[in-house]
Each structure stands twice: as structure tokens, then as C-alpha cells.
Design a protein around this ligand. Structure first.
Ligand SMILES: NC(=O)c1ccc[n+]([C@@H]2O[C@H](COP(=O)([O-])OP(=O)(O)OC[C@H]3O[C@@H](n4cnc5c(N)ncnc54)[C@H](O)[C@@H]3O)[C@@H](O)[C@H]2O)c1
Length: 398
């Protein structure tokens, strides 16, 4: 294909929507991708109005069905290269399936969908049609997440014994949904959010961060899913003890009732040689703690090998990934941009008929999305049985 910017179509994003905005900024970050179209709202009239009022010109559609159907008749230069799904969880599966079947790549918000039946179908279809499919687990896009993954996979911490992966928020500590607040309303509704509230919303981020950084899988869970705010149908507090694929143990915990806490996603990886800590609210550095030594604080953009802990030669692609010098802070938008940049690379390869990977190394894959849903369903089952150890299902085709 030509080197024109990739064309992106939005599904969702109108009228007070949240996550579309960081995404659309990140899409435009490099000048090599642009939002050109959108089906922004469930009501067709409002969808068209919202598109007409978008901050820059885009083609508005009354529905994502219309947007996907129209694509086949567009000239090559105007065709959509991928769609971005930023709707509530119950509107992920349908546009993702239709988009793949129409030959359009998919970048979808997390959690992947509502249940394991849908998740299996998405994995099967993405594999059968060989379409790039990314899941928006934002925090993998921090350079320090890449670096932490390198440290663990290189064996520098020894064998992983224990991981504490947590995501603590306070914004649902009261019955915010009763006020009609848009983001709260659908997140506490099982029909629109899925089988778990807090676990699906942010526990899946904690799980993904654990899996990405350690390369380990969760094999079985003992789950306590609790609801502190009276009258809420889904959990707002999620505490999961896990058995890991290497025999280690982990705690994956999430809460939305920790008053005053914002987005405290963090990870502690304890190995047989040392411990690593990472926090998304301060994502520019990670700390490595070694016995009888001062802690080592590694800053994005200022890491050199051969320092007595890191080997001399660090992977060239890892060192090349930062976009600005150390000390000029990167953040949430940069993390999203890194995900879109890596997804773009796969979409361009796919369009050129080359092999692409979509293997979870640079952004979460559809299989990672499946794992998030499998984790939630296994936790629900365990929690119903008062925390009984419950095995995760086998991965599709494994
Ligand atoms: N990756 C992250 O860090 C992160 C952060 C927040 C939310 N999310 C995820 O993003 C998704 C959206 O969350 P949000 O907080 O932005 O929700 P939101 O309620 O703010 O926005 C959802 C948008 O989807 C639109 N919509 C609903 N049904 C539609 C349909 N049929 N057609 C077109 N548009 C439709 C709504 O009108 C709204 O514009 C959820 O899956 C959520 O879990 C991810």
C-alpha cells in the first residue's frame, strides 16, 4: 500500500464519552494514522450530529453497520485500515466480528467482550481470516513495561516466586450510578459490563500487566469478589489468589471503593535474585531491589547496559522505542500512541501481504483478550464457591 496515513474508523465516542479521546489523540501522534470516520452513538440522528461536530472533519455514519458496509465501495485511498471500538463492553463483539469479516483490522477496548463464548468466536475468526486484532491494554504501552518484561524474561531477577498486581481506584466508592453518571451506569450493569464489574473493568488490566511483564500465565484462582456499595449487582472489590504457570503464586487485586485513590495500578515481581516494582502513576521509572545494595531506579530513556546488573548489550529495539529524552515525561497518551504505532506496523505488513505477528509482545492480542475473559469467568465460578481453587480453561486450540 502507499505510505498514506492509515485510515481509522471509530465505533463509539460521541456525547460525553471518555476513552475515545486519549485514543484519538494517540492515533494522530505520529502523523501516520488519522481518524477519518465514525459511528459515534447508538441513536442514528445523534451519531450524525456528533460526527458533524467532531473537532476535525470526519465522515459520520448513522451506525457501525453502515460504516462497515460503506467501506467496500470506497476508493482504496479512503478505505478504512482499522476500526477502533470504544463502546461499552456489550458493543464489542458485534462490530469486531463484522469488521473482520469485511476485511478491516480491529483495535478493541478491553475487556474483549461479554463472555467466553464471544471471546472464542473472536479468536477463531481472527485466526481464520488472519486479520490483525489488538486489545487496548493501555499500560503495556509504557516503555517501562517493555523494560520490566525484558528484565524478567532475561532471568535477571531469577525465578519468579511471587507477584502482586493491583489496580486501586476510589471513584465508585459511592452509588455514583444512581446519579446517572454515564461511565458508572453501564459498568455496574451485568448486561452491559459482563460477569464482573471491578474485575472486568480494571482487574483485567492488573492481570494483563502481570502476564505481560512476567510472561507467566495464571493456571488456577481462588477468588473473593465483593460488593461494598449496597444494591450493586456486580463486584466493586476483587481479590484473587493465583497459581502461576511456573509454580509461583500471585495476587491480582482491584478495587473501586478505595476512597481518594485514582489509578493506582502497580506491580511487584519478586524473584529468587531480586524484586522489581512498577507503578503506572509514576510510569517513567522502575525500581529493582537487590540484596545488600541500594535500590536501582531505571528511567526511561536513560538506561545503559553493563552497570553491574544489566548486561552490556540491551536489545536494540527496546532502546530505540522511547520517543523523547529522559526527564521529559511520557504518560498515558504516549502509552496509547505506542500501542497504536505497533498495531499500525502490523496492519501495514498485513496490507502488504507480509507476515505480521499480533503475538502480544507489543500490544495485547485477541488471545490476551480471551485470557482476560476466561480469568473473569473462572473468578466468578470460584467466588460463587467461596474461593475454592478453580482451574482456568484451556486456551482455544491448545
Ligand atoms: N484502556 C483503558 O485504559 C480504558 C479506560 C476506560 C475505558 N476503557 C474501555 O473502553 C470502553 C468504553 O469505555 P468509556 O469509559 O469510554 O465509556 P463511555 O460510556 O464514556 O463511552 C462509550 C461510547 O460508546 C457509545 N456507544 C454505545 N453504544 C453504541 C453503539 N451501538 N454504536 C455507537 N456508539 C455506541 C456511547 O454513546 C459512548 O459514546 C469500555 O469497554 C471500557 O472498559 C478502557
Amino acid at each position: 500500500m502507499s505510505n498514506r496515513p492509515l485510515n481509522v474508523g471509530l465505533v463509539g465516542g460521541g456525547k460525553g464519552a471518555f476513552i475515545v479521546h486519549p485514543h484519538q489523540r494517540a492515533i494522530h501522534f505520529d502523523g501516520t494514522r488519522r481518524v477519518v470516520a465514525g459511528a459515534l452513538f447508538p441513536d442514528p440522528k445523534i451519531a450524525l450530529e456528533e460526527a458533524a461536530n467532531w473537532p476535525y472533519p470526519i465522515k459520520g455514519y448513522a451506525s457501525y453497520d453502515d460504516m462497515i458496509a460503506a467501506n467496500k465501495d470506497l476508493p482504496a485511498e479512503q478505505k478504512l485500515d482499522y476500526i477502533l471500538i470504544v463502546t461499552p463492553n456489550f458493543v464489542h463483539f458485534d462490530p469486531a466480528m463484522k469488521s473482520m469479516k469485511a476485511g478491516i483490522a480491529v483495535f478493541c477496548e478491553k475487556p474483549l467482550c461479554l463472555n467466553l463464548t464471544e471471546a472464542k468466536e473472536l479468536v477463531k475468526t481472527a485466526r481464520a481470516l488472519n486479520v490483525p486484532f489488538g486489545v487496548a491494554h493501555t499500560y503495556l504501552g509504557h516503555w517501562t513495561s517493555r523494560f520490566a518484561r525484558y528484565i524478567v524474561s532475561s532471568g535477571l531477577l531469577g525465578d519468579v516466586r511471587w507477584v502482586d498486581s493491583y489496580y486501586l481506584q476510589g471513584w465508585l466508592a459511592t452509588k455514583l450510578e444512581a446519579t446517572g453518571q454515564q461511565q458508572a451506569s453501564w459498568r455496574v450493569d451485568p448486561k452491559r459490563a459482563g460477569g464482573s464489574g471491578c474485575g472486568g473493568d480494571i482487574g483485567t488490566h492488573a492481570l494483563m500487566q502481570l502476564r505481560y511483564v512476567t510472561g507467566l500465565d495464571v493456571m488456577a484462582v481462588s477468588a473473593q469478589m465483593e460488593t461494598f456499595v449496597e444494591g450493586r449487582a456486580l463486584d466493586d472489590h476483587f481479590t484473587i489468589y493465583c497459581k502461576l504457570s511456573n509454580g509461583g503464586k500471585a495476587l491480582v487485586r482491584a478495587s473501586q471503593i478505595c476512597i481518594g485513590m485514582k489509578n493506582d495500578l502497580g506491580l511487584v515481581v519478586a524473584g529468587t535474585k531480586g524484586t522489581l516494582t512498577w507503578r503506572q502513576e509514576t510510569p517513567e521509572s522502575i525500581t529493582v531491589c537487590l540484596p545488600n545494595q541500594p535500590d536501582r531506579v531505571y528511567w526511561r530513556g536513560a538506561v545503559t547496559g553493563g552497570d553491574g546488573f544489566l548486561p552490556q548489550d540491551l536489545p536494540a529495539d527496546l532502546i530505540a522505542e522511547p520517543t523523547i529524552p529522559a526527564g521529559h515525561p511520557e504518560g498515558f497518551h504516549d502509552a496509547f500512541a505506542r500501542l497504536h504505532r505497533c498495531f499500525e506496523a502490523d496492519v501495514r505488513k498485513w496490507k502488504a501481504g507480509e507476515t505480521f505477528h499480533s503475538d502480544g509482545g507489543k500490544y495485547a492480542s485477541v488471545e490476551d483478550g480471551w485470557t482476560g475473559i476466561a480469568f473473569i469467568e473462572t473468578c466468578v465460578e470460584s467466588s460463587h464457591q467461596h474461593g475454592a481453587w478453580t482451574a482456568m480453561p484451556k486456551k482455544p486450540n491448545s
